[in-house]
Every structure is written in C-alpha cells, then in structure tokens.
Design a protein around this ligand. Structure first.
Ligand code: KG4
Ligand code: ZN
Length: 357
C-alpha cells in the first residue's frame, strides 16, 4: 500500500535509539501526540561523565521492547491501529542505532507495516511541526545538539540547504565539557543552565570565534578559553590537570563561569542566526536539538529576531521518538517506504546529504 492512500488519521509509531535515550512514540497526522515514552540512560552514564557506547547499546536492548509496548498502551492502541513505523537510522552510535533499527525492521516484517528510515538531526527540526499550526516555509532552522551545530534553510519538506556548521566541536559538546571542568554533573547543558541562574554572565570575559565561513561556527576555542580562565582564577598554570580544577572553585565562581560561558555560547549562535534571518527573510525560525531546550537561547533569540518564534516544548527538544514519527508523516506523503530486509544504519551521515524531495 502506498502511504499516500492513507493520509487521514495516519498513526505512525516512531522509534529512536541513536544515543542514550530509548524512545517510542505514536503521532497522528504529524501533529497530534498520542504517546511519548523516553527511557533515559543519564543515570548510568553520569558516573563516567559521558556516554559509554557499549553500555548504551546494552541498555537499549534491555528496554526497547517495554518502551515500544508502553508507547502503544499509553496511546490506547493496538498494532492494528498503527499505519507505519519510523526509525532513526542515522547518525549516532552504531550499536545504539542497530538496536532501534533491528526492532523496527523486525516489527515492520512481523506486523506487516511500511517502514520509514529517519535522519535524527532532521527529525529534531520536526519537533517544531508537532503542532496544530506547523511552521511555514521558507524556514530557518538553528540546529544545536550534542553533536551538531548547523544553520539550515528549508524550502519545503525534504528540500533544504546547509548555510553553515561548526568546524570543530558542537555547542552541546562545549556545554558538556565546560560543565565537567567547573564540576557540574553530566549532561552539562541543563547543569550549566541551572547554575547560570545564580551567576553573573559578565564576570568572565570569554571570546567569540571569528570564522571565515559566514554561517560557520567554532566552539573549541571557547572551551579552551574557559579552561584557561578557570586555571587563572584558581591561580594555577596551563599544565594543571583539568579534572582537579573543579574542587578549587567555590559556588559563586562556578555559577559565574556557567553564566559567562552560557552567555557567549548563546550569543555566538544568535549572532549567526540573526545574520541568516536578514539575508534569507524566512517565514519562520525554529531551533532544534538538545541545546534548544536552553531558555537563555530562547530569550536572546526572541529579543534579537524580529519574528514570533513558536518554541517546541523543552521535552521535545532533547532526544525523543515523537519528532521521528512526525517527520515520517511528511515523508510518507512524498516517498515510498523502504524494504525492512534492506535497511542499514549509518553512524555518520550529514543531514544535508539526505534531502529527499
Ligand atoms: O539532541 P540531544 O538530546 O542529543 C544529541 O542528538 O546530541 O542533545 C544533547 C545535548 C547535550 O550536549 C546536552 O548538554 C544539551 O543537549 N542540552 C542543553 C540543555 N539541555 C540539553 N544545553 C543547554 N541547555 C539546556 N537546557
Ligand atoms: Zn539528538
């Protein structure tokens, strides 16, 4: 059955397991959220200060079936009600991706459902479409996750161009690394955002990278500058081990570093988004990916861009399967599902190589 025959009340089960969240969700017509189950492994990885790929894959295996079943029961649905399955196939940790993809492929065969492979980063953008009034094209998307920092211009569904991206670290990675240096728990983004509430964002002067590419980003210099500033503050030189710095900071200094870093990281993102907005005059602007949960980013963006931005709920910015099911709804209208026997995961795949329309 070509999915274009069934576009009304189309219920798609999304599955996501690319990193450290095992998630399943049912979305109707790409806009009504019927269930959204997210099992996070944060507690498991926090003791290591970051995601351990082998541990992540094993944890996905343990919970994938209960998570999928819960998505169906929370939505009060049975398999008969599901019209299609969507799964993240790229990019991500290979072992993690494989668990979700194998589950989805097996279910597509056993339950006889069409299967849509979804690009995780493109999926993040669709958290903003899970809305009665989805954003309009042309749409400027600022994508800011643990592994990606990109400005992408969407002309339509599946039709987009990359304006610029980070040339080194992703902004989320910088949040995570700076949090580690100043002694805040993993994941660093929410920890820094929380600590920053108590801090002075002008306490420490940190630099903004100047990039040759108009819309390119760089965050590794900011991360190193934060490290040097902390070393200077506690009176040690650059050879001092970074993991011993946190113990020498007091809470005021920690909050001031969090606020100062957050201000500059967010300003760097907003500077480029503002420039792109004026060059391309999009009809809507969205932010996507884990760092889009950051309230200071939302505040600065709304202050500086002369357009109303309808932000996605914070829980749909970090990894989830609702965004995967939402994007699949739009794909189902334009392209055929894949053969479940053939689907392979791709750990590293740029979103802009996957434009599908
Ligand atoms: O999109 P995501 O959940 O996973 C990836 O696809 O990478 O993004 C995770 C990233 C992490 O770096 C995390 O620290 C960051 O998003 N993050 C935040 C916030 N919540 C999550 N960064 C800043 N402020 C937040 N409130
Ligand atoms: Zn993500």
């Amino acid at each position: 059955m070509l999915m274009s025959d069934k576009l009304e009340k189309m219920k798609i089960l999304g599955i996501e397991s690319s990193c450290d969240e095992t998630a399943a969700s049912v979305v109707e017509d790409g806009r009504v959220l019927l269930s959204n189950v997210v099992h996070t492994q944060i507690d498991i990885h926090a003791q290591y200060g970051g995601v351990v790929p082998e541990v992540a894959a094993r944890s996905h295996i343990e919970v994938i079936n209960p998570v999928i079943n819960k998505a169906l029961t929370d939505a009060n649905l049975t398999w008969d009600d599901i019209d299609a399955i969507a799964v993240t196939y790229a990019p991500g940790l290979i072992g993690s991706l494989m668990v979700g993809a194998l589950a989805a492929r097996t279910l597509a065969v056993v339950k006889n459902k069409p299967l849509y492979p979804i690009h995780h980063v493109e999926g993040h953008v669709y958290a903003n479409f899970l809305n009665e009034t989805p954003p309009e094209f042309p749409l400027l998307a600022l994508i800011t996750s643990g592994n990606h920092t990109q400005l992408v211009l969407f002309h339509g569904h599946g039709d987009y161009e990359l304006l610029g991206q980070t040339q080194d670290d992703a902004v989320g990675e910088a949040f995570d690394k700076v949090a580690k240096i100043i002694g805040l728990p993993y994941p660093g983004g929410p920890s820094i955002a929380k600590a920053a509430l108590e801090g002075n964002p002008k306490a420490y002067a940190l630099p903004k990278a100047k990039m040759p590419g108009k819309y390119d980003f760089s965050f590794s210099g900011l991360k190193t500058a934060a490290l040097r500033a902390v070393q200077r503050e506690v009176g040690v030189d650059f050879t001092f081990p970074s993991h011993e710095l946190a113990a020498r900071l007091n809470d005021v200094q920690r909050a001031d570093f969090a606020a100062s870093f957050q201000r500059v990281a967010v300003e760097t993102l907003v500077d480029k988004a503002e420039k792109a907005f004026h060059e391309y005059s999009p009809k809507s602007v969205v932010i996507a990916g884990g760092v889009a949960a950051n309230l200071e980013l939302r505040r600065q963006l709304s202050e500086r861009l002369p357009i109303e931005i309808d932000y996605a709920p914070v829980n749909l910015c970090t990894d989830n399967a609702a965004m995967i099911a939402t994007l699949a709804y739009y794909q189902a209208q334009k392209i055929d599902p894949v053969d479940p026997y053939e689907l392979e995961v791709i750990p590293s795949l740029s979103m802009t190589k996957t434009a599908w329309a």
